[in-house]
Design a protein around this ligand. Sequence first.
Ligand code: ATP
Length: 356
Amino acid sequence: MISIQVDQLTKRFGSTVALHQLDLRIDPGELFFLLGPSGCGKTTLLRSLAGFYIPEEGMIRFGDEDVTRLEPHKRNTGMMFQSYALWPHMTVAQNVAFGLEERKVAKPEIKRRVGEALESVRMSTYADRSPNQLSGGQQQRVALARALVIRPRCLLLDEPLSNLDAKLRLEMRTEIRRVCKEFKLTTVYVTHDQKEALSISDRMAILENGHILQVGAPQEVYRRPRRKTVAHFIGETDLIEGKLAALEGESAVVDTAIGRFHGILGDPTEQPAIGSAVTLSIRPECWTLRETAADVNSVPGRIGDSVYLGEVAQYDFVAGPQTLKVYELNPRHLAGSGDGPLHARVEPRDVVVLSG
Ligand SMILES: Nc1ncnc2c1ncn2[C@@H]1O[C@H](COP(=O)(O)OP(=O)(O)OP(=O)(O)O)[C@@H](O)[C@H]1O
C-alpha cells in the first residue's frame, strides 16, 4: 500500500490553467474519489498521476518516490477507463495476460496470475471466450482483472462504469470497492455520479476550476459542505439567502425573507462578519412538516406540487417568496395543495451557514 501525495501541482493547456497549485494527500489503501462539474480538472489530475501529462509545476509522489517526470509504464499503475477497450481478437485470458507478457514474466507465472486475477473478479469460467461474447458488465470485470494482474502500486479509474446500465452500475460499484479493499490498493476514482462517490468512497475531493473546494468523508461533505458549490453539487439542497445576525463559535443566527434560522457554520475557519450576506443550505430530507409552529427554525407555508415515490414523498413547500424542496421519508399519505397551512421545521444542526 502506498500513499499518493500531490504538492502545488499546476497543469496548463495553452492559456487554460487546468490545475492550480493543487495539494492533496491520499492515504495508503484509500478509495478516493474526484468529483466536480465538467471541466473542473478531474481527468487532468488523474492523467497527471498516470504520467500522461507532465505538470508545469509541483510534485507527485507515490509513497516516498518522486514520480512527477517518470514515464507512464514505469509508474506501475493499474488503469481502467470509460471505454474498457479489450482486444477483440484475443480471448479474455489473453487480454488479461497481455500486460504480463509485455513485462516478460515467465509463462507458468503468467498462467497462475491470470487465473488469480480472473478469480478475483469472478470471471474464471469465461477465460476462453472472446470479449464480444460478454455483456458490458462482464467486459468491465475483465478490464478490472487486466488492471489488477500487473500488481499495480495504485489503481486509477476514470468513469469506469459510465457505459453500463443503472442496475449493473450498482452491482459493479460494490464489486470495485470489494476488489480495492481485498487487494489493499490505493485507488483514485473519477466520476460524475455523486451516488457512486457517496456510496463507496472513503474520502472524496470536490474540484472547481482546477481548485480543490473540499476534501472529506462522504458524510462530512454531504452534511457539512463548506461552500455553496459543494452543497449544490453533492445531493439536493435548499439554498436560502440571508444576513448574519449573530455568531458564537460555530453557531450562527441568520435572518432571511422567510424568518430567522439557527444553524452551524459550514467552514468554521472562515468567520463571516455580522451583517454580511450568507446562504443557508438545508437538505430536503431534514425538514419535518407539522400543523403547529415550533419555537425556532419553523417556517409557515403550503404544499404546492407533490410526488409520491414509495419510500419518500417530495413536496414543493411554498413559504412566502421561497419554494423549498421538502422530502418526507416513509410517508403515510401524500399531503396536497388542498391541505391547510403547515409549518416546516429543521434542527439547527441541519442548517449549514455558508459565506456569500
Ligand atoms: N488536451 C487538452 N488540451 C487543451 N485543453 C485541455 C486538454 N485537456 C483538458 N483541457 C482543459 O482543461 C480543463 C480541465 O479539463 P478536464 O478534462 O481535466 O476536466 P474534467 O473535470 O475531467 O471534465 P469532464 O467531467 O467533462 O470530463 C478544461 O477547461 C479543459 O477544456
